[in-house]
Design a protein around this ligand. Structure first.
Ligand code: ADP
Ligand code: MG
Length: 682
C-alpha cells in the first residue's frame, strides 16, 4: 500500500531520470507530489464543432482522422506531420511541428479530441500543435488543466499524470491539520477534497472552495507558529538594563523629538528593562526619524556596558548613519566605529580590534558586520535598518555574535496593523506615525506619456536652479523574456543624455551592478556631481540627497503604491519644494484610482491601506521581505477578511489548547514549517 511518504518512483512513468528532475522541484515523496500546486490553470472545457471554430479561440474538437498522417521534412531541423480530421460539420487541418511520432500515434478512421488555438480563414479551419488524445480520455482535454511550474526533464503532461496517480493513491490518507471544529465553524472543505480540486478543479466555484480552504490552513498554521515563537521567546532571560535614563540625550539634540519618536523610545526602554531579549520592529514612514530612535537604544546599550551594532543594507547608508550618529554619540562619551567592506585592510583591522576588545561601543556598518572574522566583546543590541533588504538569516547571523542580544528592526515599509500582526507575529511593533514638524508636502502629479517633453523641460528648469532629479524606469518585459533592468536603465539614461540633456550629467544605477559600483554612482549623486540619476528601484532604500527635488517615475502603474511612496520619499528631504511625477499610459479604472491615491495623500499608512484594499495582501506576502516560511497558496489569493478569520481561529485554538495536544497534525506541520526558520526568527 502506498503511503504519503512513499517515494515518487512508485508512480508509473517516474523512473530514475524523472525522479531526479522532480527532486529539483522539491518533490521526493507522494505527499510532496500532491502538495506541488499548479501556478495557473488552462480552461479546456469548451467543445466546438469544426465549422463553429472562430479565429483565435481555444477549444476542443472531437474529430476523426480522415487519412493517414503525412510526415515531411521541410528543411534540416523541421519536420511536419500533417493530417486532416473531420466531424459532421467540416474538416480541420492539423499540423504538428517536430513531433514526428504523431504520424504513428494517430490512425486513420479513429476519433480523437484535439485541443488548441483555432485558426479560421474563410471556410478553412486549422490548428497547429494541438493537444491530442483518444476520444473520452479527458486527461489533457475537456477539463480545466493545471499548469505547473516546471524544470528541465519534466513536462506538464508527465506531472499531470503523476499527480493524478499520486492523488488516487493517497488523497484519502491526507491528515487534516485543521481541527474539525475550526473547519466547520469557518465552512471549509475537507483536506482531501481541497487537494483534488486544487489540481483538477471541476469548475471555478470548486477551485475557489479548495483554494479558500488551503489559504486558510496556511495562514492559520502561520499564525499559530508565530504565536508560539513569541511565547518561547518570552521564556528567555537576560540581565535587565538598569540605566535607561536618556534626559541628557534629549537635551543635546538639535530638535525636539516628536511624540511618536518618544513613544517608541519609551517602548524600547521598557523592553530593555524587563530582563528578556527585546524583539521589536519600529515602523515609520520615510523621514519619520527612525535613526534617532535607534540612537537612543544604542546609547542605552553603551550606558549598560554593552555593545551595539547597527547594520545598514548599503555602504552609503552605513556611512550616512555613521556621519549622523557618531558626532552625537561621541559627544556623549560613546565610542563609535564604522565597518564596511570597502575599507582598506589596515583600517579594517583596527576596527575589528576595537569591536573585539569592546573599545568600540557602537559599531555601524554593512554586511561586513557579520563576516566570520568579526567578533564582539559583548554585543547586547543589534539594530537592522531597512530590514526588508536583509534576509532574516543575516539578521540572526548578527544576533548570533552576541549572547541573546536585544533586537531592533527598523522598517520604512508601512504595513497596516492587521497585516503587521500577522507578518511580524513574533515581533512587538512600534509605529512612528508622525513626521517631524515643518515637512513640505511633495506635489504629486499623474500624467500620460504625452507630457514627457514638458516634464523634461521642468527637469531642466529645476536643475538650472541648482537641484537634482531622479528618473525611475520600470523593467519592460520583452517577448516573454526576463526583464533586463540593466538595459532598461542604461538605455533610458543614454537617451536622456544624448537627446535631451547633452549639457548635463546623466548617470544610471540598477540592481545588477556590483554594490561597489552602485555606491560609487550614488555617492557621486549625493555629492552633486550627477544632475539626473536614472535608476530602477534600487534607490528605494533610504538614500538621503536633500538637494534632489524631482522624482519622475515612468510606467508608474507597474509599481505597488507602497513602492511608489518609498520612491517618492527620496525627494522632499531638504528645504526645497519637491515634486513627484507619475507617468502612465494605463487608462484602466484601477490604475487611475491607484495613482490618484498618490496625488491625494502623502501618508504612507493610508497608502498602504489603500494598496491592500485594491490589491489584497498577496503583494506583501509575495515580496518575501519578512523571512516567514514560504507560503504556497496564500500569496495566490487571499483577502484581508480571510486573514483575520484565520488569525482569530488560531488565537482561539491556542487559548484553549496552548500545547496543541488536541491537534497533533497541526503540531507536526508546524514543526516542519518552522524547523528551518526557527533560528532565524529569534
Ligand atoms: P527615517 O525614518 O527615514 O530613517 P531619518 O532618521 O533619516 O528618517 O530622519 C530624517 C531627517 O529628519 C533627518 O535629517 C533627521 O535628522 C531629521 N529628524 C529626525 N527627527 C526629527 C525631529 N524630531 N525634528 C526634526 N527633524 C528630525
Ligand atoms: Mg532611515
Amino acid at each position: 500500500m502506498p503511503e504519503l511518504t512513499t517515494d515518487v518512483r512508485y508512480v508509473k512513468g517516474i523512473g530514475e531520470q524523472r525522479a531526479k528532475a522532480l527532486e529539483k522541484l522539491g518533490i521526493r515523496t507522494l505527499r510532496d507530489l500532491i502538495s506541488y500546486f499548479p501556478r495557473a490553470y488552462d480552461d479546456r472545457r469548451a467543445y466546438k464543432k469544426i465549422k463553429d471554430l472562430e479565429e483565435g479561440e481555444n477549444a476542443c474538437v472531437e474529430a476523426m482522422v480522415a487519412a493517414a498522417p503525412v510526415l515531411s521534412h521541410i528543411r534540416k531541423g523541421l519536420e511536419l506531420v500533417k493530417l486532416r480530421a473531420v466531424d459532421e460539420t467540416g474538416a480541420l487541418d492539423v499540423t504538428f511541428f517536430n513531433q514526428a511520432y504523431m504520424k504513428d500515434n494517430l490512425r486513420a478512421g479513429e476519433t480523437y479530441t484535439f485541443f488548441g488555438r483555432a485558426e479560421a480563414a474563410g471556410r478553412r479551419r486549422s490548428m497547429a500543435n494541438p493537444a491530442v488524445e483518444r476520444e473520452g480520455a479527458r486527461l489533457m482535454t475537456g477539463r480545466i488543466m493545471p499548469v505547473y511550474p516546471l524544470t528541465a526533464g519534466i513536462s506538464q503532461l508527465t506531472l499531470v499524470k503523476a499527480v493524478e496517480q499520486g492523488l488516487a493513491a493517497c488523497q484519502k490518507l491526507l491528515p487534516d491539520p485543521l481541527p474539525d471544529q475550526v473547519r466547520r465553524e469557518h465552512e471549509l472543505c475537507h483536506v482531501g477534497y481541497a487537494y483534488g480540486q486544487i489540481h483538477f478543479p471541476a469548475s471555478e466555484e470548486e477551485l475557489a472552495i479548495a483554494r479558500r480552504r488551503l489559504v486558510f490552513e496556511e495562514l492559520f498554521l502561520l499564525a499559530i507558529g508565530l504565536r508560539q515563537l513569541r511565547g518561547r521567546r518570552d521564556t528567555l532571560a537576560c540581565a535587565p538594563w538598569a540605566d535607561t535614563d536618556l534626559s541628557d540625550f534629549y537635551g543635546r539634540l538639535p530638535f525636539a523629538l516628536t511624540g511618536a519618536q518618544r513613544r517608541s523610545i519609551g517602548e524600547i526602554q521598557a523592553d530593555l528593562s524587563v530582563g528578556r531579549p527585546m524583539n521589536r520592529l519600529v515602523q515609520g514612514d520615510v523621514g519619520s526619524g527612525k535613526t534617532m530612535v535607534a540612537a537612543a537604544a544604542m546609547l542605552c546599550a553603551a550606558r549598560n556596558g554593552k555593545q551595539a551594532a547597527l547594520m545598514a543594507p548599503t555602504e552609503i547608508l552605513a556611512e550616512q548613519h555613521y556621519k549622523g550618529l557618531a558626532p552625537l554619540l561621541e559627544d556623549m562619551g560613546v565610542a563609535c566605529a564604522l565597518l564596511t567592506g570597502a575599507m582598506p585592510a589596515k583600517k579594517r583591522r583596527s576596527v575589528l580590534e576595537a569591536a573585539e576588545s569592546g573599545a568600540a561601543q557602537v559599531v555601524i556598518g554593512t554586511h561586513a558586520l557579520i563576516s566570520a572574522d568579526v567578533a564582539y566583546h559583548d554585543l547586547g543590541l543589534v539594530v537592522t535598518d531597512e530590514q526588508h533588504r536583509f534576509g532574516v538569516n543575516q539578521r540572526s547571523a548578527l544576533a548570533a555574535k552576541g549572547e541573546r542580544p536585544h533586537l531592533l528592526v527598523m522598517s520604512a515599509t508601512p504595513i497596516p496593523r492587521t497585516l503587521a500582526l500577522m507578518i511580524y507575529g513574533d515581533l512587538d511593533v512600534s509605529v512612528i506615525d508622525e513626521l517631524p514638524p515643518g515637512r513640505q508636502k511633495i506635489d504629486t502629479f499623474a500624467v500620460p506619456g504625452s507630457y514627457r517633453q514638458r516634464i523634461y523641460k521642468f527637469l531642466g528648469k529645476e536643475i538650472a536652479a541648482g537641484r537634482q532629479a531622479y528618473v525611475i524606469c520600470s523593467m519592460v518585459e520583452e517577448n516573454d523574456q526576463i526583464p533586463d533592468e540593466r538595459k532598461a536603465a542604461a538605455d533610458y539614461a543614454k537617451m536622456l543624455q544624448e537627446r535631451v540633456f547633452p549639457q548635463l550629467t546623466v548617470a544610471c544605477v540598477h540592481g545588477r551592478m556590483k554594490p561597489k559600483e552602485k555606491d560609487k554612482v550614488m555617492s557621486a549623486f549625493a555629492a552633486g556631481e550627477i544632475h539626473i540619476l536614472v535608476s530602477t528601484t534600487v534607490v528605494e532604500v533610504g538614500v538621503d540627497v536633500p538637494n534632489a527635488t524631482v522624482m519622475v517615475i515612468e510606467d508608474a502603474d507597474r509599481f505597488g503604491l507602497s513602492q511608489l511612496h518609498q520612491l517618492r520619499g527620496r525627494v522632499g528631504r531638504g528645504k526645497y519644494k519637491s515634486y513627484c511625477i507619475l507617468i502612465s499610459d494605463n487608462q484602466s479604472e484601477e490604475s487611475r484610482a491607484r495613482l490618484k491615491v498618490m496625488t491625494q495623500t502623502g501618508d504612507g499608512f493610508r497608502i498602504a491601506e489603500e494598496d491592500l484594499r485594491l490589491r489584497g495582501p498577496g503583494d506583501f506576502f509575495g515580496r518575501r521581505q519578512h523571512g516567514l516560511p514560504a507560503l504556497k497558496v496564500a500569496d495566490l489569493s487571499c483577502d484581508m477578511a480571510l486573514l483575520r478569520e484565520a488569525q482569530q481561529a488560531a488565537e482561539g485554538v491556542l487559548a484553549a489548547d496552548p500545547e496543541l495536544k488536541g491537534c497533533p497534525v497541526a503540531a507536526e506541520r508546524l514543526r516542519e514549517m518552522f524547523e528551518t526558520n526557527e533560528e532565524a526568527m529569534n
